[in-house]
Design a protein around this ligand. Structure first.
Ligand SMILES: Cc1ncc(COP(=O)(O)O)c(C=O)c1O
Length: 586
C-alpha cells in the first residue's frame, strides 16, 4: 500500500479536542481520502445502485469511470506503522446494501447495514481540494479556519457516501469541492440511528434561514401579533412581576401534584362550583398539555389496563406518539370530510359505535387541531349521548379554550355536557395558548370520578406516575396562572386579551377568504371562515403546499394546515395571491 505521504494526503484528522480536530494521534484515524490523482487504483468500489455519478469522484483505472478528480481510500486493512494515529481500520461487518439519510443528506452505503454505518463524527472537511502534499504537517493542530465541525458536513443537500472498502475499512465522502478526512472513533452510541427531525420544528428553522423578505410563517401553532411577533399577554407579564417580587416565592419544590390552593381557580375554568365542591375531581398540575396527556396515557395503560385509545382522523401530530410511548395502541375514528372541508358527523358517530367498551376515546374539547372543524352544539349533544352508551373512557384534550370564540364559557360547551352526563372522564388542560405560557409548560390533569374516595385513589396513582416521570411540576408559571386567576382585575384583563386574540384571528380568516374570493381563486373558500380556533385546514394538497413553501416562502405543514394567527394585514394579500397561484397551477 502507498504510504499516506506519497499518496498525497493533505491532512489527517485525529480527534476532536476542544471543539475542533487536531490531527494529533489522539484517536485512531481509519480512513483518509484525497482528490489527488496519484493513487493506485485499489479499493474504491462504487456500487452502481448508489447512483454515484459525480464525475469529480472518478478513477481512471476503473473502467467506465473517468473525470478530472479522484478520490481514494488510503487506509485499508493494513496497519500504517509510521504513525500510531493511522491505525488499522477495525473490521466492520456489513450486510446487504442499504440507503439512509444523515440529516437531509442521502447516505449511500456500500454493502452496509444502518446499524454499523457510523455517523462519521468527528468529521473534518477541507475548503479546497489539495494541490500539494501537506502530510508533513499532519501532526500539527489544524488552523481553525481549515476545520469544519462535524454537523456542518450534513447541512444542505450535499450527498454523503459511506461504505466499506475492499480491504474492510469504512469510508465516507461528501460531494462538493472538498477532500475530506474522516476519523471514526468507536463510540458506545455507534448504533444510535439519526432520528428524523420534528416536522413543525424543522419548518421553523427553514423559515428562520429563509432570506426572502416577504416570507410568512403559518406553520407554528403560536399566537402572533399584527407585526408577526410573539405577544406575551400584558396580564400575564403583570402577574409575572407580582410573582417575581413575592418574598414567599422561595424556589422550593412544590408538591408532586402542584400547590393545593392553585387547583380551584383552574378547575373553575372547566367545572361547575358544585362539581368542584363534590370532591369527585382528582386534579394534578402537569407539564402543559403534552405532559398531561402523557401521564393520562400512562394511567390508562398501567393503572387501568386499557390497551387502545381512539383518536380523531386527523389529529394533532403528537398524539399518536405520546400514547404509544405510554403503552397504548392508537386507532383512528372518522372526523373530517375532505369533500366539504368540514365535520363528518355521521362518519364520526358510525365510527364511535365500533369502539369496544373499555377503550379510551380522545376528543378535542374545542378548536380541533389541525382542522379547525368542531361539532355544532346539537352534534356535541349527540356525541356525548353516544359515548355515554358505549362504556368507553373519554379523554378531553383542552388546549385551546377561549381561542375559538374568545369566551371561556362558550368554548367550554362540550366540557359542560360531559359534566352533565355524569360520566367519569379525563381532561388535559393546557395553558400554553390561552395564557401564552408556551415555554413555561403549565397545565393540569383533571379526572372526574364517581366519588370522593375514588378520586383520592386516582390522585394517589397520578402522583406516583408524576413522581417517577419528573418528580414535581414547575412552580413559576403555575404561580403566574394563579395570580391571574385569583386577582379579579388581572383576570378581567386576561379575558379581554383572550377575546382580542380570538377576534384578531377571526378578522384574518375573513380577510383571507375575502381576498381569495375577490381573486376568483378556483374552489370554495367558506371553510376558511367556517373553521374556528388557531388553525385552518386549507385543503391545499401536498404538491401545492410544497410550492407554497418553496416558491412563495409561505411556510405551512404538509397537510395544508395554516396557523391563522400567523396572518396579519401586511401579509394576508400575499398569502392569498400565493394560494391563488398554486391552486391555478400557475
Ligand atoms: C390538540 C393539542 N393538544 C395538546 C397540545 C399540547 O400543547 P402544550 O404541551 O404546549 O400545552 C397541543 C399543542 O399544539 C395541541 O394542539
Amino acid at each position: 500500500m502507498a504510504s499516506l505521504a506519497s499518496a498525497g494526503v493533505t491532512r489527517i484528522a485525529g480527534a476532536t479536542v476542544g471543539g475542533y480536530t487536531t490531527g494529533t494521534s489522539i484517536g485512531a484515524p481509519r480512513v483518509a481520502y484525497t482528490a489527488a490523482s496519484t493513487f493506485p487504483s485499489a479499493n474504491m468500489i462504487v456500487p452502481a445502485a448508489t447512483g454515484f455519478s459525480d464525475s469529480r469522484f472518478t478513477d481512471p483505472s476503473n473502467p467506465g469511470v473517468t473525470g478530472p478528480r479522484q478520490a481514494k481510500v488510503l487506509s485499508t486493512s493494513s496497519p500504517v506503522t509510521s504513525n500510531p494515529a493511522y491505525a488499522q481500520a477495525a473490521p466492520v461487518t456489513y450486510a446487504s446494501p442499504v440507503t439512509r439519510t444523515i440529516g437531509s443528506a442521502p447516505v449511500f452505503t456500500q454493502s452496509a447495514t444502518p446499524a454499523v454505518v457510523r455517523q462519521a463524527a468527528p468529521v473534518v472537511e477541507y475548503a479546497a481540494a489539495p494541490t500539494a502534499d501537506r502530510s508533513g504537517s499532519r501532526n500539527q493542530p489544524l488552523p481553525e479556519d481549515r476545520v469544519r465541525r462535524a454537523p456542518a458536513v450534513y447541512k444542505g443537500d450535499v450527498p454523503v457516501y459511506a461504505g466499506l472498502t475492499a480491504g474492510g475499512a469504512e469510508y465516507v465522502y461528501t460531494g462538493g469541492d472538498s477532500t475530506m478526512l474522516v476519523v471514526d472513533d468507536p463510540s458506545i452510541f455507534d448504533g444510535v440511528p439519526q432520528a428524523p427531525p420534528d416536522a413543525i420544528l424543522s419548518l421553523a428553522s427553514l423559515f428562520k434561514e429563509d432570506k426572502f423578505p416577504q416570507k410568512v410563517n403559518l406553520g407554528i401553532g403560536a399566537y402572533r401579533d399584527e407585526n408577526g411577533k410573539p405577544w406575551p399577554l400584558p396580564s400575564v407579564m403583570q402577574a409575572q412581576m407580582i410573582v417575581a417580587e413575592d418574598p414567599a416565592e422561595d424556589k422550593e419544590y412544590v408538591p408532586i401534584d402542584g400547590k393545593p390552593d392553585h387547583k380551584k381557580p383552574v378547575q373553575q375554568l372547566i367545572f361547575s362550583d358544585a362539581e368542584i365542591a363534590s370532591g369527585n375531581l382528582a386534579t394534578a398540575q402537569a407539564l402543559s398539555g403534552t405532559g398531561s396527556l402523557s401521564i393520562i396515557g400512562q394511567f390508562l395503560s398501567s393503572i387501568m389496563g386499557c390497551k387502545t385509545i381512539h383518536l380523531p382522523d386527523p389529529t394533532w401530530g403528537n398524539h399518536n406518539a405520546i400514547f404509544k410511548r405510554a403503552g397504548l395502541e392508537s386507532k383512528k375514528y372518522t372526523y373530517y370530510k375532505p369533500e366539504t372541508r368540514g365535520f363528518d358527523f355521521e362518519g364520526m358517530l358510525a365510527s364511535l359505535q365500533q369502539i369496544p367498551a373499555g377503550d379510551a376515546v380522545l376528543l378535542h374539547s374545542v378548536a380541533q387541531n389541525p382542522t379547525g372543524v368542531d361539532p355544532t352544539p346539537d352534534q356535541w349533544n349527540e356525541i356525548v349521548h353516544t359515548i355515554t352508551q358505549l362504556g368507553v373512557i373519554p379523554v378531553l384534550d383542552n388546549a385551546y379554550q377561549g381561542y375559538a370564540s374568545g369566551s371561556l364559557e362558550q368554548d367550554g360547551f362540550a366540557q359542560n355536557l360531559f359534566e352533565e352526563s355524569g360520566l367519569e372522564y379525563f381532561v388535559a388542560q393546557s395553558f400554553a395558548k390561552n395564557f401564552g405560557l408556551y415555554g413555561e409548560r403549565i397545565g393540569y390533569i383533571h379526572v372526574r370520578c364517581a366519588s370522593p374516595d375514588i378520586s383520592k385513589a386516582v390522585l394517589s396513582q397520578l402522583k406516583i406516575l408524576i413522581r417517577q416521570a419528573y418528580s414535581s411540576p414547575p412552580r413559576h408559571g403555575a404561580a403566574i396562572v394563579y395570580q391571574v386567576l385569583s386577582n379579579p382585575d388581572l383576570k378581567a384583563q386576561w379575558l379581554d386579551e383572550l377575546l382580542f386574540m380570538a377576534q384578531r384571528i377571526t378578522v384574518m380568516r375573513d380577510a383571507l377568504r375575502d381576498q381569495l374570493e375577490s381573486l376568483g381563486t378556483p374552489g370554495t373558500w367558506n371553510h376558511i371562515t367556517d373553521q374556528i380556533g388557531m388553525f385552518s385546514y386549507t385543503g391545499l394538497n401536498t404538491a401545492q403546499v410544497e410550492r407554497m413553501v418553496k416558491e412563495f416562502h409561505v411556510y405551512m405543514t404538509k397537510d395544508g394546515r395554516i396557523s391563522v394567527a400567523g396572518l396579519n394585514p401586511s401579509n394576508v394579500n400575499y398569502v392569498a395571491e400565493s394560494i391563488d397561484r398554486v391552486v391555478r397551477g400557475e
